[in-house]
Design a protein around this ligand. Structure first.
Ligand SMILES: [Zn+2]
Length: 464
């Protein structure tokens, strides 16, 4: 068996005449169809064409799988085509081809910041003109299933991207990486030794793996690498330090010994920078893991409600696939690796998209009527309309600039100005352009799109 392609262009999504999804096609095929006038561009991001002469009933649609690797800051989604093919010894092997990858970047952190900022403004306004107000009922609760807006956003954006991909590709199965992060054992303050022994090493290895990523495989105190690293308690056990991830760092044996049972403040008394860095970093992991744990069940439930089969996989499965295929760690490559493959019996991922579409959640602007200064006082009045000369901020446009430094044809995201001299962001820079030079390609939908090259090695050949 010979595999046609290691790394190739991402597939173009295809719709039938009546707008139902067909199997994605190669970009060269799409160019040919467009050139002959047999297809029209239906959407630019993700690039989708609609065939003018083919109905869904006329076409063979095998279906594709959607694989999702959710993360706290970004989520990878990958459309794949998995088939059984005859292997080299007359056996049947599973062959997976990556068709299209999306990296979805969430903005939970920004939402969190803005909600806090708004709370601050309101707090100031309440206390600025102090007068007596009768206390409101304290018996206010959140409805069941309520999530804070920063986390709700994560579930919502993943669902909206899944929905969009379903409308443009014939998704028949969803494979979801669903990890309960080990905050359960870690936060409970169980002893490391106990959980490692009782739960077969998985808890320990997951902790160690997380710490390795967090501290880049180096000693947290002296940055030495390529030596045996111990799991070190920032606040020593003997001083009441817990086994939570937020109390653990990696440390080389000499540093570990030198620190002994001393408090970290004493040990790093002459290196305040290092101390600050450690304090900052040890707080991070639980917040991300907690965000994942909080949204995990809601995401699974919401995907189940779509009516497609949803298969759940662990991060360890993904890690095993990714290692076996020798792939770098990105959300999109992780998504491609979600789900079972038996590499020992010849199963393999044989094709990777060379690029991933990056969809960054940027929102749809603000509905506030004033721009406040940093104390919350209104500084600027905003106009009531968001649309100027037919465009709103975030529209994807093509600009044909006749003269000047930016003469030529440009594609990018527009930021509108009331005077009609809009600002266009392209891959090489931002410039001002008249609305008269613009042509609308796609309406703003709350995302900023870009393409990113996948860090893919030469394709490992498991079978030839
Ligand atoms: Zn060290």
């Amino acid at each position: 068996m010979s595999y046609p392609g290691g790394v190739g262009a991402g597939r173009v999504l295809v719709l039938s005449k009546e707008g139902r999804p067909l199997m994605p096609c190669h970009p060269a095929r799409a160019r040919e169809l467009l050139g002959r006038g047999r297809a029209v561009v239906s959407r630019h991001m993700p690039f989708t064409i609609r065939l003018k002469d083919r109905t869904h009933a006329d076409s063979a649609v095998d279906g594709v799988q959607l694989r999702i690797d959710p993360g706290s800051k970004g989520t990878g989604l990958s459309l794949t085509d998995e088939k059984k093919e005859p292997g080299q010894h007359g056996t049947i092997v599973t062959v997976r081809r990556g068709l299209f990858s999306v990296e979805l970047r969430h903005r939970g952190g920004e939402i969190h910041t803005r909600m806090r900022q708004r709370a601050g403004y309101r707090h100031r306004r309440r206390s600025a003109n102090r007068r007596y107000r009768a206390p409101r009922s304290h018996n206010r609760t959140n409805p069941p299933g309520w999530l804070p807006p920063s986390l709700r956003h994560r579930v919502d954006t993943i669902l909206s991207m899944v929905d969009r991909l379903r409308r443009h590709a014939p998704v028949t199965e969803i494979h979801l990486e669903s990890n309960g992060f080990d905050t359960l054992s870690m936060s409970a303050g169980e002893t490391l030794e106990g959980s490692v022994h009782e739960q077969g090493g998985l808890v320990g290895t997951t902790t160690r793996a997380r710490l390795r990523t967090l501290w880049q495989n180096a000693c947290a105190y002296c940055d030495v690498t390529d030596v045996p690293l111990n799991i070190e308690h920032v606040v020593p056990r003997s001083r009441g330090g817990s086994d939570r991830v937020s109390n653990l760092v990696l440390s080389c044996v000499p540093c570990n010994k030198a620190k002994g049972a001393a408090p970290v403040e004493t040990f790093l008394a002459h290196r305040p920078d290092r101390l600050a860095k450690i304090f900052q970093q040890v707080r991070a992991p639980l917040r991300d893991a907690a965000a994942m744990n909080t949204t995990r069940l809601q995401l699974t439930g919401a995907l189940n409600a779509l009516g497609l089969p949803v298969l759940l996989w662990t991060g360890a499965d993904t890690h095993r696939q990714r290692t076996a295929m020798g792939l770098a760690k990105t959300h999109t490559l992780d998504a491609l690796c979600v789900g079972a493959l038996e590499h020992a019996s010849g199963d393999a991922i044989v094709r990777l998209p060379a690029h991933a579409m990056v969809a960054k959640a940027v929102g749809r602007g603000s509905y506030a009527r004033t721009t406040p200064d940093r104390f919350g006082f209104p500084r600027l009045r905003r106009g009531r309309t968001k649309q100027h000369f037919g465009y709103v901020t975030g529209d994807l446009v093509r600009a044909c600039v006749p003269v000047g430094k930016w003469a030529g044809s440009w594609t990018g995201r527009v930021s509108v100005r009331a005077r009609g001299q809009h600002s266009l962001a392209t891959s090489v820079g931002r410039f001002s352009v008249s609305h008269a030079c613009l042509r609308l390609l796609q309406r703003a939908d709350g995302y900023a799109y870009a393409a990113r090259r996948e860090p893919v090695p030469p394709m490992p050949r498991k079978t030839t």
